[in-house]
Design a protein around this ligand. Structure first.
Ligand code: HEC
Length: 152
């Protein structure tokens, strides 16, 4: 292989630097169509679904096995993004560990309300309002409550 003269090498470095600069100046992606969730920016003050306290109506009647599937499916509850859960893999740890939730002695009703809309307890929660925002239906939340209560 021919060795590069110092002058050629310097030219090559200049070219690389110019290419890097061009990449840095590429137009930014347009995120205008995405909803703004900020509490401080103007866009974040647009109407949104207010926190909604929903009580569990009647007996739970949830299916724990279905609840487990829903909780772990990335395109459904995706609770694993933030919680360690029984039987789940690659969990996030931003929320509390729920793998022994059934031992905590929390009622079905309380658990249901929290999953429906955690903002009723903590306005700054990171947890999505699954019921209010219709991410999960009423029967789906019941199934997940059954799964959590069976996690011992
Ligand atoms: C983006 C992160 C995130 C996701 C996704 C998430 N959670 Fe949470 N969750 C939290 C955080 C953070 C808390 C702590 C409470 C708070 O925010 O004040 C919490 C608290 C809870 C609690 C109360 C635990 C306790 O011991 O007090 C339950 C129950 C719960 N989550 C269930 C779920 C279920 C079920 C799902 C999926 C359907 C889910 N979470 C999805 C972040 C998340």
């Amino acid at each position: 292989m021919r060795s590069l003269s110092p002058r050629r090498a310097a030219f090559g470095i200049l070219l690389l630097a110019a290419a890097g600069q061009a990449a840095a100046q590429a137009p930014a992606a347009d995120y205008a169509a995405y909803p703004c969730l900020s509490y401080s920016l103007e866009c974040g003050k647009l109407a949104t679904r207010r926190p909604q306290l929903k009580q569990l109506d009647g007996a739970l009647n949830g299916n724990a096995e279905k609840g487990k599937q829903l909780a772990q499916a990335r395109n459904s509850g995706n609770c694993l993004a933030c919680h360690v859960m029984k039987g789940g893999s690659q969990p996030g740890t931003r929320g509390p560990d729920l793998s022994h939730y059934g031992n905590a002695g929390r009622s079905d009703a309380e658990t249901y309300s929290m999953i429906h809309d955690m903002r009723t307890r903590n306005p700054d929660t990171l947890m999505p309002p699954f019921g209010t925002n219709a991410i999960l239906s009423d029967p789906e939340i019941r199934d997940i409550v059954a799964f959590l209560q069976a996690s011992k």
